[in-house]
Ligand binder design. Structure first.
Ligand SMILES: [Zn+2]
Length: 209
């Protein structure tokens, strides 16, 4: 619970509206200097509780991600979406680096993560263990992420995100069950790797509900 005030400028020409803490605000508008109209609120903005299916496993390989900030941000989202395992492969930095911890905000402490030197070997091991392997990659022949569903309730999914420049390892692409792209149609068809991760993790995690 956060107590707050909403402040609205009394000058109709200005019309600025913004929030402030209950115990610390100015009664004059920062833009035009007129008096602000103050209204108090109690905000209830926690998350509701959702359950996932038993037996469903969702794991991710981050293969040769360069940016420590992206990795930290991904670990934070991975924890939020309840991923069962994250593999940091190739040169992907781990939470032992302070740059990663800067954006992971401690989420590595309650998330299961492992470093692995070779993502291709790992993917082969996971295939032997009946994981469904999805490469997340934009390419003209890739299927839409939204076109796949859960094959059975106990499915184990491993999805892979690759290097910011070179994308997914070509050998991993070949041995994936499918290459999936996030359907987008803006002018600049590109997404940050951490954003792509969040969209894919959200979609996969909803499959298990
Ligand atoms: Zn104003």
């Amino acid at each position: 619970m956060i107590d707050l005030v909403m402040l609205q400028c009394s000058n109709i020409q200005c019309n600025l509206r913004f929030p402030a803490p209950l115990d610390d605000y100015n009664v004059f508008c920062p833009l035009c200097g007129e008096r602000l109209i103050v209204t108090q609120y109690v905000l209830d903005n926690g998350y509701a509780h959702f359950n996932k299916l038993r037996g469903f496993r969702l794991e991710c390989v981050l293969d040769n991600i360069r940016s420590a900030y992206n990795v930290g941000s991904i670990l934070r989202s991975a924890n939020a979406f309840g991923l069962d395992q994250i593999y940091l492969c190739g040169v992907t930095p781990s939470p032992t680096q302070s740059k990663v911890r800067k954006t992971s905000l401690g989420s590595e402490k309650t998330l299961s993560w492992k470093s692995h030197p070779n993502a291709l070997d790992l993917v082969h091991e996971k295939k032997e263990l009946d994981y469904t392997i999805y490469s997340i990659e934009a390419c003209p022949t890739a299927q839409s992420l939204l076109d796949i569903g859960l094959k059975f309730n106990s499915e184990k999914i491993l999805f892979i995100l690759g290097n910011e420049i070179y994308g997914i390892d070509p050998e991993i692409r070949i041995c994936s069950d499918a290459v999936l792209q996030i359907p987008i149609w803006g002018q600049k068809k590109s997404l940050n790797v951490a954003t792509s991760f969040s969209i894919a993790a959200f979609y996969f995690s909803q499959l298990s509900r």
